[in-house]
Design a protein around this ligand. Structure first.
Ligand code: NAD
Ligand code: UFG
Length: 332
């Protein structure tokens, strides 16, 4: 697995993964259409690793452009991060999400087939578990039932496509990584989550409140069946998440292998606000608001399979993520 193409590699998780892979000696190349990331990320990757990955500004939907990348690349493995990820936007514009995420992945898989690239690691999400009776997700649980938005459904559909492609070709290896809630950034504070536009996720919104760009945080609901009534999630430091991809690349096996990447520990929204206030030494304006449609009360990973088979587990805490987020904010 020496030569690796990262689709979406200038994005938040892709750029952190590029750093971990380069530091382990892999040859990393990046393909991205820069829809939700900036080309300057490459300078930062170079600064942090001493190597500048080759970059292709290509859209997954541009089949001709994609073919050129594969004709030059001779890749051993593709790590497929590229995709749109804004849940609310996907509800308003589902076709955009199916076209970009699903059709884009089909184009990618066709190129891989044409150029004999037999290994893929896919960025999936805990969202594929949909509605479950339990709050702790295990990889063997059913998927696809009660997913509340088109974004989440694209992840489920892509997982199914990957399973079908692997079933049709026994030399094809697939790893599906189901991320829980990625937070934080590289401890240097040089790169981080820097979405173009209005953020959707809790930590980027907290960052905007901290900087005074949003007046206050709305805590979506305090009447869930959780100890303090606010929603619980499994927040995973993005550097741990990035290392999970290195572990997956080092342990590629035939067939389809699915892993949760999470810490196994839950943190409520209120706890997150308290921790942020403690780490920053500044009050974070917030108020209780209505529940957000489609939110589950509690969603936490059972991370044992990744620990056993990939020899990977999280090492960093939510406090580490907040500390690194503050370093990034102070660098902006
Ligand atoms: P991101 O938006 O920072 O990165 C995605 C990158 O893909 C961006 O740089 C974007 O420009 C690129 N991209 C999008 N569509 C493209 C296309 N058609 N062609 C080429 N490039 C394209 O997002 P991220 O947080 O780094 O997420 C990476 C992957 O992980 C995504 O697939 C996302 O759905 C998945 N994921 C993210 C989270 C999360 O909370 N961040 C959780 C679960 C799963
Ligand atoms: N939250 C707030 N206020 C905000 C934003 C979020 O209280 O302004 C709460 C949410 O209600 C939720 C928690 O913070 O309880 C985390 O919300 P995020 O939007 O950051 O994350 P989600 O768990 O809702 O979403 C994540 C991924 C998606 C994925 C989804 C599936 O970001 O990619 O899990 O559950 F689809």
């Amino acid at each position: 697995m020496k030569r690796i193409l990262l689709t979406g590699g200038t994005g938040y998780i892709g750029s952190h993964t590029a750093i971990e892979l380069i530091n382990k000696g892999y040859d990393v190349e990046i393909l991205d259409n820069l829809f939700n990331s900036k080309i300057t990320v490459l300078d930062k990757i170079e600064k942090l690793t001493g190597k500048r990955p080759k970059f292709y500004e290509v859209d997954l939907l541009d089949k001709e452009g994609m073919e050129k990348v594969f004709a030059e690349g001779h890749y051993d493995l593709v790590i497929h991060f590229a995709g749109l990820k804004a849940v609310a936007e996907s509800v308003k514009n589902p076709l955009l999400y199916y076209k970009n995420n699903v059709s884009g992945t089909v184009n990618l898989l066709e190129c891989m087939k044409e150029y004999g690239v037999k290994n893929i690691i896919f960025s999936s999400s805990a969202t594929v578990y949909g509605q479950q009776k339990e709050s702790r997700m295990v990889e063997t649980m059913s998927t696809g039932n009660g997913i509340t938005n088109p974004y989440g459904k694209t992840k489920f559909v892509i997982e199914e496509i990957l399973k079908d492609v692997a079933a049709a070709d026994e030399t094809f290896s697939v790893v599906i990584l189901r991320y829980f809630n990625p937070v934080g950034n590289h401890p240097s504070g040089l790169i981080g989550e820097d979405p173009n536009g209005i953020p959707n996720n809790l930590m980027p919104i907290i960052m905007k409140v901290y900087r005074g760009e949003i007046p206050e945080l709305n805590i979506y609901g305090d009447d869930y069946q959780t100890p303090d009534g606010t929603c619980i999630r499994d927040y995973i430091h993005v550097v741990d998440l990035a290392k999970g991809h290195v572990a997956a690349a080092e342990n590629m096996k035939s067939g389809v292998n699915i892993y949760n990447l999470g810490s196994g520990r839950g943190t409520s929204v209120k706890e997150m606000v308290d921790l942020f206030e403690k780490c920053s030494g500044k009050p974070l304006p917030h108020k209780i608001a209505e529940r957000r449609e489609g939110d589950l009360g509690e969603l936490v990973a059972e991370p044992g399979k990744a620990e056993k088979e990939l020899n990977w587990k999280t090492e960093l805490t939510v406090e580490d993520a907040i500390r690194d987020t503050l370093a990034y904010l102070n660098n902006l």
